[in-house]
Design a protein around this ligand. Structure first.
Ligand SMILES: [Ca+2]
Ligand SMILES: [Ca+2]
Length: 396
């Protein structure tokens, strides 16, 4: 391939030296677009990745074309998967990578808004578990949003009439109840399905009398490592516990005592998160209303995107700056309309894929193919130009 490109380059140089009144420019498709539209973003997007169990958070340093990176996972057995990335914040996406323990490489690829391709390959095993990001509790409690519960598991339950789902049926006459023979502790675990901000749990204990329960509440991102958000306390009937907002998938209440007997009974339980800051709609109001519009109070945004700590980032093999471009310094041209030169013009010798561990070799080949295709188009254009010139010279 390199030989073919060299041949192509020398051929172009030869043509350029003969037809000195023709300006040659060898550019990539992205660079051609830069020239045509007059902007000069030639830097590819770069990414950072953090991991929490099988959930990966990918951030880009700039807006991506289609607002969506392409993800490819290479597994140890040679298989590939292409999990979809879902947008969770500005230039931030979440990807669930199944069987991430057996994955060997994770590739992230996208173009920025100006066609510059950015590719990074990460190792899925190097990033450590991301600690639960905590947000300081707001001084004034904003309105709360009830979080959908996708699963509920109890350490124990008495019978089907007192199974864990009875704590989620919005019916205060039904409740989750354990067998008194099982004693304490007993726990009820809510599965929120994915990492979401949580800052409040409401619990409605069985309350036909003045009994009180001793309990604590913990959260987890992976179901194995738990962080206590409500230390052990005693309460009964309906109780609401607020805490500094955390990112969690699992919420667990652990009951260690009941003043009435040795069983646990919860009528209803729910988890909440703070209201997100309203996104301002850029609607230019043509009629200036005399009444001041009630601007939304600056509710402290819970910042749903868990900003990854820098240490958790994998050692990113930098995106191989492909786009092997050649800028043959064409001889002095007499072209009246000089084409603006591209400022950063990497030379052909800067071959892509600097990292030996990078598995993005196929992408480099693609880029070279694109460059070849662009060169062929240019040659064709020159040929047409030459024919036209020749015909013009023949005509009287
Ligand atoms: Ca860019
Ligand atoms: Ca119930």
């Amino acid at each position: 391939m390199t030989g073919e490109i060299n041949y192509l380059q020398s051929t172009l140089n030869s043509i350029a030296s003969i037809y000195t009144d023709v300006t040659f420019k060898y550019v990539t498709a992205a660079q051609a677009m830069q020239l045509a539209l007059g902007f000069n973003d030639v830097t590819p997007p770069t990414y950072t990745v953090s991991r929490n169990s099988s959930t990966y958070i990918i951030s880009s340093n700039e807006t991506l074309w289609n607002n969506n990176p392409y993800i490819a996972v290479l597994y140890n057995n040679g298989a590939y998967s292409h999990p979809a990335a879902s947008l969770i914040g500005t230039n931030t996406w979440k990807v669930e990578i199944p069987s991430s323990a057996t994955a060997s490489k994770i590739g992230v690829a996208a173009n920025d808004l100006y066609g510059n391709p950015g590719v990074s390959v990460f190792s899925p095993l190097t990033p450590p578990q991301v600690p639960l990001p905590t947000v300081s509790a707001p001084t004034t409690q904003p309105p709360q949003i009830k979080i959908p519960i996708h699963g509920i598991v109890a350490s124990n339950y008495l019978d089907s009439d007192h199974n864990p789902s009875k704590a989620l049926d919005s019916d205060l006459s039904s409740y989750w109840g354990t067998s008194s023979a099982e004693g304490f502790p007993q726990s009820l675990t809510l599965d929120l399905w994915t990492l979401v901000p949580v800052n409040q749990v409401t619990t409605h204990f069985y309350d036909v009398d003045t009994r009180a329960y001793t309990y604590s509440i913990a959260v987890s991102t992976d179901g194995s490592t738990w962080t206590t958000v409500v230390p052990s306390k005693i309460s009964g009937s309906a109780v609401s516990d607020s805490f500094a907002q955390v990112m969690a998938r699992y919420v667990r209440i652990i009951v260690t005592h009941n003043t009435a007997n040795t069983a646990v009974h919860i009528k209803e339980i729910a988890a909440y998160q703070a209201t997100l800051a309203p996104t301002p709609t850029p609607s230019p109001s043509p009629t200036p209303s005399p009444t001041p519009s009630p601007t939304p109070s600056p509710t402290p945004s819970p910042s749903p995107s868990p900003t990854p700590t820098p240490t958790s980032n994998p050692t990113s093999t930098q995106s191989p700056t492909a786009t092997p471009t050649v800028t043959p310094t064409a001889p002095a041209t007499s072209s009246p309309t000089p084409i603006p030169t591209m400022s950063p013009s990497p030379t052909l010798t800067s071959t892509a894929s600097p990292s030996p561990t990078s598995s993005a070799g196929t992408l480099n080949t693609e880029t070279i193919l694109y460059a070849l295709a662009a060169a062929i188009v240019i040659i064709a254009a020159i040929a047409v130009l030459l024919v036209i010139r020749k015909r013009k010279s023949i005509k009287p």
